[in-house]
Design a binder for this molecule. Sequence first.
Ligand code: NAD
Length: 285
Amino acid sequence: MGNGIAHTFAQFDYKVNLIDISQPALDKALATITKNLDRQVAKGSITEADKQKTLTNITTFTSIADGVKDRDLVVEAATENVDIKLKLFKDIDANAPANCILASNTSSISITSIAAVTKRPDKVIGMHFMNPVPVMKLVEVIRGYSTSNEVTNLIMETSKKLGKVPTEVNDLPGFVANKILMPMINEAIITLFEGTAGVEEIDTVMKLGMAHPMGPLQLADFIGLDVCLSILNVLHEGFGNPKYAPCPLLVNMVTAGKLGVKSGEGFYSWTHGTKDLIVADNFKK
Ligand SMILES: NC(=O)c1ccc[n+]([C@@H]2O[C@H](COP(=O)([O-])OP(=O)(O)OC[C@H]3O[C@@H](n4cnc5c(N)ncnc54)[C@H](O)[C@@H]3O)[C@@H](O)[C@H]2O)c1
């Protein structure tokens, strides 16, 4: 997600400092951005000059202090883990200019709890982009308990400048997108777990029957099964309602390191790329 967010800001001529924990992670991000820009050039949606300008707008850093020190806005998109995010926001808060807005792309972690570890809770907000970021129009803008009107309006306007459609929502577990999406994905996994139907059948029913562009199991593989599990845990704990309890099959798959596209296997096998749908060996009939 971080590379998609950097790509999008840079494409709209913002100067972007892209930060990750290691140089190999940054090299991988730049390679992904270049590949995605090439695809946009091939489709004719941007020119070769736009591609070069976008790449020139991105500088990479492995140090948070150096990466955030002169910024107006930081958009955090690190791993969906509350301890990682709270530590990161303390570090970012200590190093970013006092007037800098701190946004998180979190799918489910409370913006209010992230804001509470900073000295600027009025300037902390959720900026929840969808995957793939350069393509998807929605930005779910999440107001924490203390987020100011001024900061909310600025982030709504900034999202529009990126060609996106921002939608303002309040800070409750899962916000809107994942409070509705994740129970559907979990229900698809439960349906598989109970043996009602196989991977292909479940996805086909939802694609052809409900006109979804991809089935819920394929979508889970694209999102990352670890991310899906984290979000379900947040919903389960946040609302205290057993209807959000993650399916044991999802828990097992994450424990086994089967995380979907990013690990090469989830409900489908992805070692050959993401074009063809090949059901993973564990779910072959
Ligand atoms: N995957 C999706 O479809 C999706 C959609 C919307 C929002 N999100 C959210 O975006 C965020 C990132 O998701 P992802 O799927 O890209 O995760 P990911 O695990 O694929 O990538 C996380 C990146 O963060 C880096 N990172 C981890 N700790 C760091 C630190 N301390 N400092 C700097 N970089 C650090 C990792 O090296 C990695 O490159 C999560 O909060 C997730 O909930 C994901």
